[in-house]
Write a protein of this length. Structure first.
Length: 150
C-alpha cells in the first residue's frame, strides 16, 4: 500500500508510529486508517470517547487523532479525561473551524486542528513532525548534557 500512496502523491512518513483514531463516522474512520497504514503506520481505532478512554492507556500509541464531535462527548473532554503513561501527540479533526474552536483544541492539548474535509496532504507532514518529536524524546542525553552533582 505504501507504493500506492506514493503513486497518489502522498509520501510515506519517516518513522513508523502507532496512531489511535477516535471517529464515529465509519467511512471516515476506515479511510483514515487505510491512509495511515499506507504511510507505514499502525492504526488502531475506536468509535466513542468511552471506548477511547478504556483502550488508549494500554495501546502504547504515539499519536491520537480524534474527532471533536463524538456520540458520547467530545474530543476536548477526551483530552481532559485521558490519563496516559506518557505524553501523546494529539491531532483534532472537526467540521468546526472557527478561531474559538481552534483555540479550544490548542488549550485542550491538541497540536493541530484539522477542519473536515481536510486535505490529506497535510497528514504526512504532521505525522513526520510527531515522529521527530518521538525520536527526540527517546534519544539518550549527550554526555555534555549530564549534570554532575557534587
Amino acid at each position: 500500500m505504501a507504493n500506492e500512496a506514493v503513486r497518489n502523491g502522498i509520501a510515506p512518513t519517516a518513522g513508523r508510529l502507532r496512531v489511535f483514531v477516535v471517529e464515529n463516522h465509519e467511512d471516515t474512520r476506515t479511510l483514515l486508517c487505510i491512509l495511515l497504514e499506507s504511510l507505514g503506520h499502525t492504526a488502531l481505532s475506536s468509535t466513542t470517547m468511552d471506548e477511547a478512554l478504556r483502550q488508549l492507556p494500554d495501546s502504547d500509541c504515539d499519536v491520537l487523532i480524534s474527532d471533536i464531535g463524538l456520540p458520547d462527548g467530545d474530543g476536548w473532554e477526551l483530552m481532559e479525561r485521558l490519563r496516559l503513561p506518557r505524553p501523546i501527540y494529539a491531532i483534532a479533526m472537526s467540521g468546526f473551524g472557527m478561531t474559538a474552536d481552534r483555540a479550544r483544541s490548542r488549550a485542550a492539548g491538541f497540536r493541530h486542528h484539522l477542519v473536515k474535509p481536510y486535505g490529506i496532504e497535510d497528514l504526512p507532514r504532521i505525522l513526520a513532525e510527531a515522529a521527530r518529536e518521538r525520536a527526540a524524546r527517546s534519544a539518550p542525553l549527550e554526555p555534555s548534557a549530564h549534570v554532575a552533582f557534587r
